[in-house]
Every structure is written in structure tokens, then in C-alpha cells.
Design a protein around this ligand. Structure first.
Ligand code: M6R
Length: 614
């Protein structure tokens, strides 16, 4: 979480910083700030709330800021200390001459802070970050060398950080470093940038250098100097970013979320193209290095992910077990990393992440790699930390997802799992040709079916209006769609703040049924297939407790009209592919309820798009 941007060069810095921060708003949006070198003096501007508040504040300071050509900026997602102006970055040391911006968490900040206070440091904020400013200033007072001060101070820090540092004594120097948090350096003509992510700099340059952990870079507008944590000078390896500047536009939609939901038919087409050429030919996954031999020796698969990506992983488990007969576990990365995992060279570990930068998942895959497991990453960011750690990669090609609530990236992850499971089944020879061809044929026609749902969205709008005042919501499903129930509930929680829970339908009677009465809507995901009749029986049980009944179904059965108060109809689909078809109306339902309630759909409270802290 949190976004960092920095610039040093010959252009006016304020616009570069605020525009860069705008591109990083997905990383947090509870406060923001910049520090600039204006006429050899460090000036700081901060504002609580959305970035626009900082932009408005700066409008009143144009005269004193326009000459500035170097600076650092930050957009915050609060971890330590409330999202107030005083806790907004940049933070300074006691004398105010040294300024820093930070993304990450300093785990030993309490001990460090106690010690620094004893030594006379004056703290102004509740943040862990301020500790780092004081630590660097202490080292600077001894060495009078900003780079060395950063190097020596960061040796005392435990945790994760990406840092941008400036000092009044050298107002034309930027120093940056990182550990377990992303940071890249943009290289322009007579100018350099620092950024937490590519979109903040791609308009300015395509040449960049990804910092490795503990490396420290010192930038002036003429040169950059890179050292490692042991003070050894390194040769910067500049790469060309495989990105084009993208104008982030809502294309006439009211919110990015709605636009991204509508992009899903094309997202599916994009992933399939180049991987599924012809339904009679094998799936082609160029960046997957799983040989028949590796697959034969696999004793298990572990899929690790967080949030929405974990729900995609649950569908993935179902598919791989069904198609390949290999045992698969799915686990939240945050749980996986704090127990003794049974993982070895015969375990395939699959990390799933839209951003490729989720801290818990990165830690989990690093742990598995250290134990010798083959690590396969499914991500929307082939340039991310996770992708760079991967032995095998499945890029999901969903395009930039701006809305914090994941939609198109979820559908893209599902499609990637279909392709991966089919690919593995083909390599392993575990599915007969007729089944393989049938599933492939169904995959190819999925985009049209999604388009049909989008074309009939009024039914979902109507449903949203009826149920928008509810305080709680229950989603039930079985089998491959249990994950859909969880994901549908998560979408609703995230953007409307309604208490929504997904249950396996058979579990209802083991406890949750106690909550049912006429105030509780129960949405049943009722798709033709193995568990259709079973879910129908579970829905009857809920109806008998007077719950308000909603069906999401591909069935035309007239009997459903007696059982359900509201029916959302979707196209017929093979049960194995139904998680894609069932999810689209649930995304729309969450969207329209939140929109009806007037919520901040694209930037819901307390959330951030990329969770780069554990
Ligand atoms: O970037 P990742 O897929 O690793 O992110 C994982 C979760 O933080 C993410 O899916 C989160 O749950 C979204 N807000 C879901 O809408």
C-alpha cells in the first residue's frame, strides 16, 4: 500500500509529482503530501483525504512552488496512526531538514522510537515512518553523507520499506532504497524518477531500473550511483518497460468498476487468443515450464493467494483435481507463511495475484522456492515482483484494473485456471479427447454469453433497488460455485459495506440458518449440474424460515417462481464453466447496490488496490 513518486531534473516538479500520485491512487487514498526543493529550501505540503485536496492546496502556492525541480511525493493507506494531515508523508527528522516518504511497515519501530526519544528526538506523528527519518538524520549527523546515512540507518530497520529521501543540505539530490516493497527508477534525458509502480512514470520514460532489496540509489539530474548494502558500487541494469502510456478513462461509464465489468467479454477473448488456437489443438502456455516428468512426479499442488485471487484459486483447485486428479490445497497467503508447510521439490506452488505485489503472497512464494518447489504465478502484471520470482508464468492480460474491487482480473484468473488445468490434463493425458474438446468449445463461446448478461442488466438493477436497504445478505452455492458465493459476498461487502457472507449451501442448516427471518435475503446460485437439486432443497429450507429468496439460475423451471421472490436469469452453460457466467450478475448486483446507496464505488473506504504490507 501507499505510493511513492520522486523526480529530479529540469522540469517543474509539482505537476509531475501530483500526476504521478494520481496514477498511484489505487495504492491508497486517505492522505497525500509532497516535499520539494524550492529555491534551495525544502518545503512540505500535505492534505488529509483524497489526492484532490492536495492538488487544491497546491493551487494556492503556485508562486512559491513553480521553480522547484526536485521533490518526493506520497499517497497513503494508513497502517500506523490515523489518516490525518500530521500522519501524512513526507515526514521529517527533529530539525526538519531531512524528509522521507515511505511505503511499507517498520516492524521494530517501537523499540527504535523509544531509543530515539531517549536520545532527544522529537516525534510529531504516530507513524512508524517517522522513526526512519530520525534514524537517517542521526547517521547523517555523523557522516554528513546522505547515501551512507540511508545505508547505515536501514541496517537497523526490520520490516518492509521503499524509501525516497531528501536533505536540505543537498537539495539537488534524491536517495532511494527498498526492501520487500517495490520501487523502480525511471531514467530520462537529464532527469530521473522514482516510483512504486510503472504508471506513475511511463508517460515520461520507458527506461527503468528495478531496485533489488537493500540497493541504494543516489540521483542528481546528471547521474545515478547505485550501491549495495555493503557499499559496493553496482552497474545499474536498465530495462525497457513493456508498457505504453495509457489514458485512464471511464469511457462514458459512471465508474471504472462498471467499465471493467463491461470489458470482460474482450478480456476473455484476449486471454484465449494465442493460447487456445483451435479446439482440436493442445493449449499453448509458452511461459509454463511443466514437463510431463515434472507433472508425473508432483505429489501435490498448493495454491496461495489473497482476497478475490483466493476465490479464483478455489475454482482452480476444483478444475485441477477434476481434470488432472492431483490433490490441490488452497490457502490464504497470510496463513500459509506462519506455519510449517509441507512443501518440497515435488510440490507445485501456484501464486495468484492481480497485482503481483501482494506482500503475503510474495513471502509465501519465496518460502516455497527456498524449499525447492516449482513456483507458477498467475498475474495481471508480468513485470511484477511475483512474476520475476516465477519459474512458470501465466499472464492474465486483463489490462489495467483501476477500480479497487477486482472484477475483470477475477474473470481473467478463472480463464487462466481453465487453460492451465486443460494444459496440465493434456500433458498428463488425464482427460479424454471428447471432454477436452467440449470444454474448449464452451470456453470459446463464453464471451457471447457474458455479453448476453450485460445486455440484460436491467433485471439486476431492479433486484439491486429492491435489496439495497438490507443490512445483511447471504449467498449460498455448492461445488464449483461455492467460490462464486464467497466472491459475490466479498464484492458486496467491499463497495456497499453491507454484511454479506457466502456459505456452502449444505452448511446452512449447521448454524447460519438460525439467522434467517423475513429481513434476510438469501441468494442461491442454482446452476444446472451435479448439485442443482441439492441447492434447491437447501433453498427450500431457507424459504421455510421466511427468508427473502433470490435465485441466480440458468434454469427455466416454472416451479422456481413459487420458491423465489426474485429470479436473475443467465444463459445455459456447462456446469464446469458456470463460475464465469454466475459471477457477472453478482458483480453487477454489488455495483448497483453500492451505486444506489451513493457509495464511493471505485475507491471504497479503508481499502487499497495493492496490499504491499503483511
Ligand atoms: O493483487 P492481488 O490479487 O494479490 O490482491 C489480493 C486482494 O487484496 C484483492 O483481491 C482484494 O481482495 C480486492 N480488493 C478484491 O476486490
Amino acid at each position: 500500500m501507499c505510493g511513492i513518486v520522486g523526480y529530479i531534473g529540469s522540469k517543474s516538479v509539482v505537476g509531475i509529482l501530483t500526476e504521478g500520485l494520481r496514477k498511484l491512487e489505487y495504492r491508497g487514498y486517505d492522505s497525500s503530501g509532497i516535499a520539494i526543493n524550492a529555491d534551495n529550501e525544502i518545503k512540505i505540503y500535505k492534505a488529509e483525504g483524497k489526492l484532490q485536496n492536495l492538488v487544491d492546496l497546491l493551487q494556492g502556492h503556485v508562486k512559491e512552488t513553480q521553480s522547484a525541480k526536485a521533490g518526493i511525493g506520497h499517497i497513503r493507506w494508513a497502517t500506523h496512526g490515523a489518516p490525518t494531515e500530521v500522519n501524512a508523508h513526507p515526514h521529517t527528522c527533529s530539525c526538519g531538514k531531512l524528509v522521507i516518504v515511505h511505503n511499507g511497515i517498520i516492524e521494530n519501530f517501537k523499540e527504535l522510537k523509544e531509543d530515539l526519544i531517549k536520545q532527544g528526538c522529537v516525534f510529531r506523528s504516530q507513524t512508524d515512518t517517522e522513526t526512519v527519518a530520525h534514524l537517517i538524520a542521526q547517521e547523517y549527523n555523523k557522516t554528513k553523507d546522505l547515501t551512507q546515512a540511508v545505508r547505515l540507518a536501514t541496517k537497523k530497520i526490520q520490516g518492509a520499506y521503499a524509501l525516497g529521501v531528501m536533505h536540505q543540505d543537498f537539495p539537488n539530490v534524491l536517495v532511494a532504497t527498498k526492501r520487500n516493497a517495490p520501487l523502480l527508477i525511471g531514467v530520462g534525458e537529464g532527469e530521473f524518477f522514482i516510483a512504486s509502480d510503472v504508471p506513475a512514470i511511463i508517460e515520461h520514460t520507458k527506461k527503468a531500473l528495478y531496485l533489488n532489496d537493500d540497493e541504494i540509489i543516489t540521483l542528481t539530474n546528471e547521474k545515478m550511483t547505485l550501491i549495495d548494502g555493503d557499499n559496493k558500487e553496482l552497474n545499474p541494469k536498465i530495462e525497457i518497460l513493456p508498457w505504453e502510456p495509457v489514458a485512464l478513462s471511464k469511457m462514458g461509464f459512471k465508474h471504472f468498476m462498471l467499465k471493467e465489468i463491461h470489458e470482460q467479454p474482450d478480456v476473455i477473448r484476449n486471454i484465449l487468443s494465442g493460447k487456445l488456437y483451435n479446439t482440436d489443438e493442445p493449449i499453448s502456455l509458452k511461459e509454463v515450464q511443466l514437463t510431463k516428468e515434472t507433472l508425473k512426479n508432483l505429489n501435490r499442488i498448493q495454491i496461495i493467494a489473497c482476497g478475490t485471487s483466493m476465490h479464483a484459486a478455489m475454482v482452480g483447485k476444483y478444475l485441477i483435481e477434476d481434470f488432472c486428479g492431483i490433490a490441490v490445497d488452497v490457502e490464504a497467503s497470510s496463513e500459509y507463511i506462519y506455519r510449517k508447510t509441507v512443501t518440497d521439490k515435488n510440490t507445485l506452488v501456484i501464486g495468484v495475484s492481480q497485482s503481483g505485489e501482494t506482500a503475503d503472497t510474495i513471502t509465501a512464494i519465496k518460502q516455497s522456492k527456498a524449499k525447492g518447489s516449482h513456483v507458477l504465478i498467475i498475474t495481471n502484471r508480468p513485470d511484477s515482483t511475483m512474476a520475476r520470482e516465477a519459474d512458470s508464468l501465466v499472464p492474465i492480460n486483463a489490462g489495467i484494473e483501476v477500480s479497487v474491487a477486482a472484477t475483470k482480473s477475477y474473470i481473467a484468473q478463472l480463464i487462466s485456471f481453465y487453460l492451465l488445468a486443460l494444459y496440465m490434463a493434456e500433458v498428463k493425458g488425464s482427460l479424454d479427447n471428447a471432454t477436452l474438446t467440449e470444454i474448449k468449445k464452451e470456453l470459446v463461446v463464453l464471451p457471447q454469453k457474458v455479453e448476453m448478461i450485460l445486455a440484460h442488466k436491467e433485471q439486476i438493477q431492479k433486484c439491486a433497488k429492491i435489496f439495497s436497504t438490507t443490512k445483511d445478505f447471504i449467498y449460498i452455492a455448492r461445488g464449483i460455485n461455492f467460490a462464486t458465493a464467497l466472491e459475490g459476498a466479498l464484492k458486496l461487502k467491499e463497495i456497499s459495506y453491507i454484511n454479506a457472507t457466502g456459505y456452502p449451501a449444505g452448511e446452512l442448516k449447521h448454524g447460519p440458518i438460525a439467522m434467517l427471518d423475513e429481513t434476510m435475503p438469501v441468494l442461491s446460485i442454482l446452476m444446472h449440474g451435479k448439485v442443482y437439486e441439492k441447492i434447491l432443497s437447501n433453498a427450500e429450507e431457507a424459504k421455510a424460515r421466511n427468508a427473502k429468496m433470490i435465485a441466480l439460475t440458468n434454469s427455466d423451471d416454472k416451479k422456481l417462481e413459487e420458491l423465489f421472490d426474485f429470479i436473475i436469469k443467465v444463459p445455459e452453460v456447462n456446469e464446469i464453466l458456470s463460475p464465469v457466467i454466475a459471477m457477472i450478475p453478482l458483480q453487477l448486483l454489488a455495483y448497483y447496490i453500492a451505486e444506489f446507496l451513493g457509495k464511493d464505488v471505485d475507491q471504497p473506504r479503508n481499502l487499497a488496490k495493492s496490499v504491499t504490507v503483511e
